[in-house]
Ligand binder design. Structure first.
Ligand code: ARG
Length: 418
């Protein structure tokens, strides 16, 4: 066999940036035949330009996939149906895209007959875990190589390596932040954000208007079908277009700025800044509709699982029986979540101003304090008596000390009757 035929092949997730460009050459130096893959998940990526760049760096084939619809339908919609927020804050934009990119890396590897895949993650983040674990779940025979995690370059060494290998290094000083973008949000970390006491500088925001500087207010009505948004202000839209439109509209109102300290899977606390105008708006709207259609018991059960769902997504445990089983539950729970929610977007806030659903469990005749009251007041008496029964027993056996009026400085005025 000649050397060419035995050359081992690897598929690299390629962004066109410095790290993954250097990774192409670094892998080639190690003897790999490198094929690249760039994925559009809604970052307005110029796929053709990135493919060209890869070809100029000597790859025999550069793949590009527009995965916006797949991402929206198979990753974002399930997370929204679950009301998933990691640590109650982060809608999981970056976390949701990794299993999708991993899935495509595996698909290209199969098509190319490659034995390995590669990504440009460092050893300190969550993303390496998500890629590695997702690839393992999809095809355990594939090797995962993480050049940036393995090479021991300092920043200067990396730039020197790039220059000697004919890789264009951006002339601007090192980018001030590490940014990752898709339809569900924009993640920003590093630079001056690393000091948790530093306020987020204006240049870290790019999707959202400053909520205090005359943002453009808007009113939107989101139409849902079984928990998935399908219309904006009465106009039916495919999910990717709906998300892009809402990112713009809510962003102009200053909605969706998030700034928190997050617990990474690898044991590090990190300062994370996100812009997620559509995600914040849709999660608010979705929950408002759920309030109308879910029974009290299901609402409680479902919200107890939302955090678990978010944790699985965050920790890269997407291709697991746990996530699949939760998805089945969330899909069932979302059956009645069809209807409309109207929201006011203003000064960085989302306010629900109205909601309606065909399967609404809200009954005016039960809720009203006006005429037409259908509620059985008589049975309330019996219900309350039984509801408090255990406490009557407890009061007899182990009474609660009453508050001392004297200790509170009680004053008494008596009325003299004539
Ligand atoms: N902390 C977030 C997460 O773990 C954001 C990661 C962003 N990735 C990046 N390469 N900047 O999902």
């Amino acid at each position: 066999m000649n050397a060419h035929a035995t050359k081992k092949k690897i598929v690299l997730a390629y962004s066109g940036g410095l790290d993954t460009s250097v990774a192409i050459k670094w892998l080639q130096d190690l003897g790999w035949e490198v094929v690249t893959l760039v994925v559009d998940v809604g970052a307005n990526t110029d796929l053709a330009a990135i493919q060209d760049k890869a070809v100029q760096l000597g790859v025999p084939r550069a793949y590009a996939v527009d995965a916006r619809e797949h991402f929206a339908e198979r990753f974002i919609a399930p997370a929204l149906k679950a009301d998933a927020l990691y640590e109650g804050v982060y809608p999981l934009a970056s976390a949701l895209s990794r299993p999708l990119i991993a899935e495509l890396l595996v698909a290209v590897a199969h098509r190319e007959g490659a034995t390995a895949v590669a990504h440009g993650c460092t050893g300190k983040g969550n993303d390496q875990v998500r890629f590695d674990v997702a690839v393992a779940a999809l095809d355990p025979s594939l090797t995962v190589v993480a050049p940036v995690r393995e090479w021991a370059f300092t920043r200067d060494q990396e730039i020197e390596y790039a220059q000697t290998h004919g890789i264009a290094v951006p002339v601007t000083a090192a980018a001030p932040y590490s940014v990752d973008v898709n339809l569900w949000g924009r993640s920003v970390e590093g630079g001056v954000l690393e000091d948790p006491m530093n306020p987020v500088p204006d240049d870290a925001w790019s999707w959202t208007a400053d909520p205090d500087e005359n943002p453009v207010s808007a009113s939107v009505t989101v139409g849902f079908l079984h928990g998935v948004p399908v219309a904006l202000n009465g106009e039916a839209l495919p999910l990717p277009a709906l998300l892009a439109t809402l990112n713009e509209r809510a962003g102009r109102a200053g909605v969706g700025r998030l700034d928190s300290i997050e617990n990474r899977l690898v044991g590090i606390k990190s300062r994370e800044v996100y812009e997620a105008p559509a995600a914040v708006t849709l999660l608010t709207a979705h929950q408002a509709l759920e309030q109308l259609v879910l029974t009290r018991d299901l609402a409680r059960l479902k919200s107890s699982l939302a955090g678990e769902y978010a944790r699985l997504a965050y920790e890269g445990l997407w291709y697991t029986p746990s996530r699949e089983a939760l998805d089945a539950f969330m899909t069932e729970a979302n059956q009645p979540v069809t209807g409309d929610v109207t929201l006011a977007l203003a000064h960085g806030r989302v306010t629900v101003v109205g909601r309606q659903a065909d399967k609404s469990l809200y009954r005016t005749d039960l809720a009203t304090y006006g005429s037409g009251d259908a509620f059985d007041h008589k049975s309330a008496e019996g219900f309350v008596a039984l509801f408090g029964l255990g406490l009557r027993t407890r009061a007899r056996v182990r009474p609660i000390e009453p508050v001392e009026l004297e200790a509170l400085g009680v004053q008494v005025t008596s009325v003299q009757h004539a």
